[in-house]
Design a protein around this ligand. Structure first.
Ligand code: DC
Length: 206
């Protein structure tokens, strides 16, 4: 059972992917972390604008060292979106993702191009979305628990900017696959979203 989950920034696809994988006993790969690690490596050496440096970082990526805690910052998300627009960076990360997806029991992968490019033959494809305002509100709540200076307006502006870059790039843009099921979680809580996603997966499983 191969499950592909795509959607824009802060749509909740990562949380859903993790929960669905846990429920079905499948391995889960948050592919955003790969691009985040490449973005973070470029930031660390001050070379975010250097395409060759980002391609080298993608080739050198060691998945065993990915640390979601340090990679899930706004700055690294922005850097990830920049390097992810480069075709050679994307090409360097394809094999790794496809190997993960080729486990005999199946897997759950989430990202932007899983249903369209990485796993076009997935058993089930979900496209998880919510309005920019709802996504910004969720992200702002998470952030403000840690940062008293967090601003909703800044988070919303960041979401708009990332949506535009991820959707308008030439290389594997964020796109709903024709055979993906759309799940709009704007009016749903976490439990309702999970139940709705699981129902879609169970239906596909027959
Ligand atoms: O899902 P996320 O916010 O962690 O992803 C960070 C960035 O990485 C996102 O803005 C675009 C890029 N990305 C991508 O281009 N393709 C993927 N499969 C996953 C993420």
């Amino acid at each position: 059972m191969l499950i592909a989950i795509d959607g824009p920034a802060a749509s909740g696809k990562g949380t859903l992917g993790k929960r669905i994988a846990g429920h079905l006993g499948l391995a889960h790969l948050d592919t955003g972390l790969l691009y985040r690690a490449v973005g973070a490596a470029c930031l660390a050496i001050g070379k975010l604008d250097d395409e060759a440096a980002s391609v080298a970082a993608a080739h050198a990526l060691d998945v065993s060292t990915l640390d979601p805690e340090t990679l899930r910052t706004g700055e690294i998300g922005e850097a990830a979106s920049v390097v992810a627009a480069r075709p050679e960076v994307r090409a360097a990360l394809i094999d790794l993702q496809r190997r993960f997806a080729a486990r005999p029991e199946g897997a759950v992968l989430d990202g932007r191009d899983i249903g369209t490019v990485i796993c076009p033959d997935a058993t089930v494809k979900l496209f998880v979305t919510a309005t920019p305002e709802v996504r910004a509100e969720r992200r702002y709540k998470e952030l403000s628990a840690r940062d008293p200076f967090a601003s909703y307006e800044a988070v919303l502006a960041d979401i708009h900017k990332r949506d535009a870059r991820d959707s308008n790039r030439a290389a594997a843009p964020l796109l709903k696959a024709d055979d993906a099921v759309l799940l709009d979680t704007s009016a749903l809580g976490i439990e309702e979203s999970f139940a709705a996603a699981l129902a879609i997966v169970e239906r596909a499983r027959g």
